[in-house]
Design a protein around this ligand. Structure first.
Ligand code: SF4
Length: 164
């Protein structure tokens, strides 16, 4: 199974969501949160250069001379976004493209934004490779981990599938 940045993100955010998404059980188009995120992304990107770049299966929100930039609608799971972006930096490095990462969180309620900078150093790369192996093993399971209710479930596109 081909790993993607979204799969890496979900593996950190919720292993059950990761498995469901990777096995093509995608309910995200029905989620209001996902639609809001998409609109915010479009508004934020308007008039800017270098928006949404695709390179051999890697789809990043923006790429400049120095940075890969990921735009998110909230900072509810910084760690998941961080590893998603590190995955992109790693995949780009395999293609001879070297960048740092920048996460931009758009706080729609506060009308402000917060940024986090990242770098793919050796230690981070080793951790990522270990994580990718772990993800591959996990996705071989014939069913996902059980749903364990948490606050993050309230806004999850899979809520109905998990609990109703
Ligand atoms: S509803 Fe909760 S347990 Fe189910 S996929 Fe979403 S975050 Fe995971």
């Amino acid at each position: 199974m081909r790993i993607t940045g979204t799969i890496v993100n979900y593996f950190i955010h919720c292993k059950r969501q990761c498995w469901l998404f990777a096995h093509k059980m995608n309910f995200e188009d029905d989620s209001e949160d996902v639609r809001i995120g998409r609109i915010l992304h479009e508004v934020r990107s308007e008039g800017r250069n270098n928006t949404e770049i695709q390179i051999e299966g890697i789809k990043v929100d923006k790429m400049t001379e120095d940075y890969v930039i990921e735009l998110k609608k909230s900072d509810a799971d910084v760690e998941a976004t961080k590893w998603q972006t590190i995955y992109y930096l790693y995949m780009l490095k395999q293609k001879g493209i070297y960048r740092k990462g920048r996460l931009e969180f758009l706080e729609r309620k506060k009308q402000t934004s917060k940024t986090v900078e990242l770098e793919l150093d050796n230690l981070t790369e080793v951790k990522l490779i270990g994580m990718l192996e772990e993800i591959e093993q996990y996705l071989l399971q014939d069913k996902p981990d059980e749903a364990i209710y948490a606050k993050k479930c309230e806004r999850c596109a899979y809520y109905a599938y998990c609990y109703i």
